[in-house]
Design a binder for this molecule. Structure first.
Ligand SMILES: *Cc1c(COP(=O)(O)O)cnc(C)c1O
Length: 451
């Protein structure tokens, strides 16, 4: 297997199938997995990866698959991006860990400076670094509670914020995230989301009506003066790439400002050029008080952050935030390399270009196949929602069949959504145009075969 190294952008950018998917070596590894790894840890597509880079993933059998998943919106800069590898390698050789809370280092500070500069708003900001998205969201809640001296947290239908105890409470969907794992943390309230495709009175009044219902819940059931934070994904990720109807977010921000509530944008999936902007909330000119980031931040190394208004971030007592590994020096070096890559390769423009290629193709699939109820998304965060033709009844079976057909043809796609009826596409932003087109051709053939 070592002869297969290295991966990264120099990997041949081609789809290549030399065995069935998964091939014999992957199947053997998967049997070992079943015997050694806890059953609760699932896998979407059991091809065992040996190298990856650009727009492809190579497996143990020598297949090369087109990647429309980016490890769930993580490898925005591609796998083993040059600047990420160079900076992380240099850092590995210098030192691997001191614990920032014990003996600090520049990389952590440099990442904080970058985040303070790149996130929306010109106000004075501070950043704290963590290991995972869920940990960042938990800390945003801690910070908001410390600042407001209030307890209630408001989240939304279809929202996803992680798998730890507090973030399970914040997450909407029961299976597989919450089922059997309670009791959950108290003082979490769920409000309706302005979901245009599924709003009962239609998309036109969705923003206004959903905001009115959410505000009614906040003012009548909780009391605005009891709310520490409103937490929302500017485009919902696991919920099915739901873009809240325009105006909804603005109304929530206005309510938060009027009642001294900390407005938290969870940009863990949408951040770092994914939607064609550094952060998705920029699209509506939203300036969050706190913003949580992770996934795309460090080109594949585990790192997460909370960034926000200095007076809010600094409300926590010394020693109240942290963790042994938070802001690990290698992950920080990788983040600096990833951000450098996003700037030097203008990945915001690349993400917009991907959207411009994908959306028209998907809309033409929608015209031919009534199973496609909705096509949506921004930049390189694009999805189709599948329904029983002529209705809005979710069709998770066809969704799964199409995903499987794509996998068999060497195209890695992911599903999502409360009803499991959304195909979501998150290609690396550095994917070559010909692979994007080939992936869409495979998808179109899958629709032709299964609907
Ligand atoms: C993935 C995700 C999380 C959780 O991040 P982990 O790193 O898996 O803990 C939280 N919020 C959103 C919006 C996410 O997409």
């Amino acid at each position: 297997m070592s002869a297969a190294l290295p991966g990264g952008p120099s990997l041949p950018q081609e789809r290549r199938l030399v065995t069935a998917i998964p091939g014999p070596k992957s199947q053997e590894l998967h049997a070992r997995k079943a015997a050694a790894v806890a059953a609760g840890v699932g896998t979407t597509l059991p091809v065992y990866v040996t190298r990856a880079g650009g727009g492809v993933i190579e497996d143990a059998d020598g297949n090369s698959l087109i990647d429309f998943g980016s490890g769930i919106a993580v490898t925005n800069v591609g796998n083993s991006a040059e600047a990420v590898v160079a900076r992380a390698t240099e850092q590995l050789a210098a030192f691997t860990h001191t614990c920032f809370m014990v003996a600090p280092y520049e990389g952590y500070v440099a990442v904080a400076e970058q985040l303070n500069e790149l996130t929306p708003g010109d106000h004075e900001k501070r950043t704290a670094l963590f290991n995972s998205g869920a940990e960042a969201v938990e800390n945003a809640v801690k910070i908001a509670r410390a600042y407001t001296k209030r307890q209630a947290v408001v989240v939304f239908d279809h929202g996803y914020h992680g798998r730890t105890n507090l973030t399970m409470a914040l997450t909407a969907k029961n299976m597989p995230y919450k089922n059997g794992f309670g009791p959950f943390a108290p003082e979490v309230y769920r409000a309706p989301l302005a979901y245009p495709f599924r709003w009962l009175t239609g998309p036109e009044n969705c923003a206004e009506e959903a905001a009115a219902q959410a505000i009614d819940l906040m003012s009548k059931q909780i009391g605005g003066e009891n709310i520490a934070a409103i937490i929302i994904e500017p485009i919902q990720g696991e919920g099915g790439f739901i873009e809240p109807a325009r105006g909804f977010l603005t109304k929530l921000v206005e309510y938060a400002r009027a009642h001294g509530i900390v407005f938290v944008a969870d940009e863990i999936q949408t951040g770092f050029c994914r939607t064609g902007q550094w952060f998705a909330c920029e699209d509506e000119g939203i300036v969050p008080d706190l913003i949580t980031t992770a996934k795309g931040i460090a080109g594949g190394l585990p790192l997460a952050a909370v960034t926000g208004r200095a007076e809010i971030m600094d409300a926590v007592h010394g020693g109240g935030l942290g963790g042994t590994y938070g802001g690990n020096p290698v992950a920080c070096a990788a983040a600096i390399g990833a951000i450098e890559t996003m700037k030097s390769q203008d990945l915001n423009a690349k993400a917009r270009k991907i959207g411009e290629t994908m959306l028209p193709r998907l809309r033409s699939i929608q015209e031919k196949h009534a199973v496609v109820g909705d096509v949506r998304g921004r930049g390189a965060m694009i999805a189709v929602e599948l329904v029983k033709p002529g209705t809005k009844e979710p069709d998770p079976e066809t969704t799964a069949a199409i995903a499987k057909a794509c996998h068999n043809e060497g195209l890695l796609v992911l599903t999502a959504g409360t009803y499991g009826n959304v195909l979501r596409f998150l290609p690396p932003l550095v994917i070559p145009e010909h692979l994007l087109t080939e992936g869409l051709d495979i998808l179109e053939r899958a629709f032709e075969a299964h609907t």
